[in-house]
Design a protein around this ligand. Structure first.
Ligand code: ADP
Ligand code: MG
Length: 284
């Protein structure tokens, strides 16, 4: 039978917007040694806004935006939404559109072959681009028109208000922090430094996130992974405690998660750990 204390713990958690899908996860949270977090949507707001458009020589800015937006209209990625909203009604129709996970979009717009995504996308299609693109400390959408580099769109996201405090509290509890992201390393490093995160990996494909969590597990760590949903289901499944955060998460991730945090505040992760620890004291 389940000790009564567990019911108290689950009730306490749910009053704080934390749904434990089983009393065993209260114990799992107590034993967590590393909290691994997704960057976009978990530690940052995940609401991107276009800041600037940098067109290569011979490319028209408006055309660059219009062509990129035509492809991005077919994506639900937060980066795509920023480009579409910036372009307004100017986007034209795209054909043969393909979304390449962790890379971006390809397709035909007004008879031209368009690529819009990160530099990995351009590499994949053997499209050369200036070196400086990879060292920019900004999230960008690089655009190629008919196989030629055409410029980039800079996009900004904001760090959540309570993220730094949540990371600090994890460290005071003796827990190590790791951030994983598909975004470029320069951006990831900047965010990690601002938040005081122990280790941060960028440029990761969804499989890469799985590999990082597996390596941490193999090293004997007890892992809680916190993701906001998009593409995160495999890592959520692999972690000792898979946590889905925020209402935005995909159904697959919420389904897979062991714990669902209904709000989007990283500090609620601390509450989940503390409820586990309090419950353990009551039960034992
Ligand atoms: P994350 O959630 O960590 O950003 P994703 O796998 O969702 O990871 O995306 C990784 C990267 O792939 C993004 O940072 C972006 O550079 C690129 N990307 C993915 N989808 C798109 C898209 N629709 N348009 C432009 N870039 C994209
Ligand atoms: Mg994502």
């Amino acid at each position: 039978s389940i000790p009564l204390g567990y019911f108290g713990g689950i009730g306490l958690a749910s009053r704080n917007g934390i749904l434990f899908k089983g009393s065993n996860f209260l114990d799992v949270m107590t034993d967590v040694t590393v909290v691994v977090m997704d960057k976009t949507g978990t530690l940052t707001k995940g609401v991107f806004k276009v800041q600037d458009v940098i067109a290569a020589e011979g490319t028209d800015k408006a055309e660059l935006v219009k062509h990129a937006a035509a492809l991005e209209m077919n994506s639900t990625h937060p980066i795509a939404k920023a480009v579409v909203s910036y372009a307004g009604a100017s986007a034209s129709k795209a054909e043969s559109v393909e979304e390449i996970s962790g890379h971006g979009m390809t397709g035909k717009v007004e008879g031209k072959n368009i690529h819009a995504g990160n530099s990995k996308l351009l590499k994949k299609y053997n499209i050369p681009y200036p070196e400086e693109v990879d060292s920019l400390v900004e999230t960008i959408v690089v655009v190629a028109i008919d196989g030629k580099y055409a410029g980039y769109i800079t996009i900004a996201d904001e760090i959540k208000e309570d993220a730094a405090d949540a990371i600090g509290q994890m460290h005071s509890l003796g827990i190590k922090t790791v951030m994983l992201s598909g975004d470029k390393q320069a951006v990831v490093d900047k965010v990690a430094k601002k938040l005081g995160i122990d280790t941060a990996y960028g440029n990761l494909l969804p499989e890469g996130k799985v590999d990082k969590v597996q390596a941490l597990k193999d090293a004997g760590n007890h892992i809680a992974f916190v993701g906001d949903g998009v593409n995160d289901a495999p890592v959520v499944a692999l972690a000792d405690a898979g946590i889905a955060m925020g209402g935005l998460g995909s159904d697959a991730t919420i389904e897979t998660a062991d714990i669902v945090i209904q709000n989007d505040q990283p500090s609620t992760i601390i509450a989940a750990i503390k409820v586990g620890r309090i419950t353990k004291r009551v039960v034992w």
